[in-house]
Design a binder for this molecule. Structure first.
Ligand code: CA
Length: 489
């Protein structure tokens, strides 16, 4: 089995030109050749704002098909273009994961009057008022779509809270009042209970809602033939509902249907608790590792690289960790800005792509560049992709024994010719690391796939050598047999 990795195929600032699904279609062949096994595409449902990235979801059944919110297409294109792009990705052997936003809805068609209780934004369990009438944006009737695909219309009984009262024209957190209206269980305990995030929060204590959303999930899979979900904001969604949804989808499609969740928390214990409580139903992004990488990139040589993987999800639960360096939220200027500085990016990517643990997810903004921001790092990433695809197999031997220069080696396997790789990274001066592949590789010559070092290194009779690295850099040493890697398919 070849190593897999995912690309997050969008960044926050990509052009609002309706051409993004076409970009995926055009690039599918190149991405497949680069080794991508899967892409995570941005939210594809009609959003409240045409120019938004899509997390302010309005109509889950409008994938760029109906004239709603002043537009047929979404920021990314039309439903027909999306289906074509997914078809092309599949032809190139790339699986497609949909970004599923199920915590909230935005852009309601009309307001409704209903009873609500204002709660403390910092402690959602603390009620600040008696029930009183508010006017909230909770009526979703989808006039542009009508009853196509689903006749379900949303009203305030389907939500747990809103953030705006039209009567008093105030913004606050207004919890819907009524029988069975309680915050979700199994959400993050920050702010007392972190069920509420934004807009109109969907109430999964309401069985009617649960059934409708389960039905939608299968409709989406049948319509787009996606191979997995990236689930947004899972720390704000009822855990029992999430697990039930995943079980339902896997029961109706395949037990291998892939699901990864976004649980934005730097503490691996919190991530692991969620994974345990959801009976291992979801993979999670390794947010803990992301923050290690951020810190290392900011502190430069003052950071002790031997601690890079301490208390991360990938080190504590390797089979459940989706490792990543940055994403659309952590990129400069965005909600969770925590950018891994550019000088450290090649080291960070070598650390997630070439080690044995974790499923890596590469950020579009790093590969293609960010519109109006940091430039493309394609030239630095392509050799790492090749190394992941062709070389990074077999036993892993760590040499995390120096604060500023660390290394590890993959010994290779029989299935991948001349595989194996020696990785050395430095956040300080130029350095070296002695590592051994074993006597069966004695006499082989190695070169630096990244091109950062120009020399070749010949292994001694034990298959060992002193591998070099430049200051503040990474080198990926590979057998000379792979010298022509860039021209290989
Ligand atoms: Ca929620």
């Amino acid at each position: 089995m070849d190593n897999q990795f995912i690309m997050q195929f969008f960044e926050w600032n990509i052009e609002n030109d309706g051409e993004h699904w076409n970009r995926l279609k055009q690039d599918a062949l190149a991405l497949s050749k680069a080794g991508m096994g899967a892409v995570w595409i941005p939210p594809c449902a009609k959003a409240a704002q045409q120019n938004s990235v899509g997390y302010d979801v309005y109509d889950l059944y409008d994938l760029g098909e109906f004239d709603q919110k002043g537009t047929v297409r979404t920021r990314y294109g039309t439903k027909a273009q999306l289906i074509e792009a997914i078809g092309e990705a599949h032809r190139q052997g790339i699986r497609v994961y949909a970004d599923v936003v199920l915590n909230h809805k935005a852009g309601a068609d009309a307001t409704e009057k209903f009873l609500a209780i204002e709660v403390d934004p910092n402690d959602r369990n603390r009620e600040l008022s008696q029930p009183f009438d508010i006017e909230g944006w909770t009526s979703f009737t989808f006039p542009g779509r009508g009853d196509h695909y689903s006749g379900f219309k949303w009203n305030y009984t389907h939500f747990s809270a809103v953030d705006r009262d039209g009567l008093t024209k105030r913004n606050a957190i207004f919890k819907v009042y009524g029988e069975g209206k309680v915050w979700a269980e199994g959400v993050d305990n920050e702010k007392g209970n972190y069920d509420y995030l934004m807009s109109a929060d969907i109430d999964y204590n309401n069985e009617i809602v649960v059934e409708e959303v389960k039905r939608w999930a299968l409709w989406l899979i049948e319509t787009l033939h996606v191979d997995g979900f990236r689930m947004d904001a899972v720390k704000h969604i009822d855990e029992g509902f999430l697990k039930g949804l995943v079980d339902h989808v896997r029961g109706k499609t395949s037990p291998d249907f892939f699901v990864m969740g976004e649980y934005w928390h730097a503490d691996q214990a919190r991530l692991n608790r969620f994974i345990d409580d959801s009976d291992q139903a979801l993979q999670l992004f390794d947010v803990a590792l992301h923050f290690r990488l951020v810190e290392a990139s900011r502190r430069g040589r003052d950071y002790d690289l031997t601690h890079l993987f301490d208390d991360t999800l990938v080190s504590t639960n390797p089979f459940r960790a989706v490792t990543f360096v940055d994403n659309h939220d952590s990129q400069p200027g965005e909600a969770l800005e925590s950018w891994v500085e550019d000088w450290f990016k090649p080291i960070a990517y070598a650390m997630i792509l070439l080690r044995k643990d974790g499923l890596p997810c590469v950020f579009y903004g790093d590969y293609y560049g960010i519109n109006g921001g940091p430039a493309s790092k394609k030239a630095q990433l392509d050799p790492l992709f090749y190394a992941r695809k062709a070389l990074a197999y077999g036993e892993q031997v760590d040499a995390f024994d120096h604060a500023n220069v660390v290394g590890f080696l993959r010994k290779g396997d029989m299935e991948h010719p001349d595989s194996g790789v020696a990785v050395v990274a430095s956040n300080g001066e130029e350095g070296t690391k002695r590592m051994a592949f074993g006597p069966e590789r004695a006499g082989r010559t190695f070169f630096d796939l990244t091109g950062n070092r120009g020399e070749t290194i010949t292994l001694d009779q034990d298959g060992a050598a002193v591998f070099t690295v430049n200051g503040g850099s990474v080198s990926v040493w590979a057998d000379e047999a792979h010298r022509d890697w860039a021209s290989r398919e």
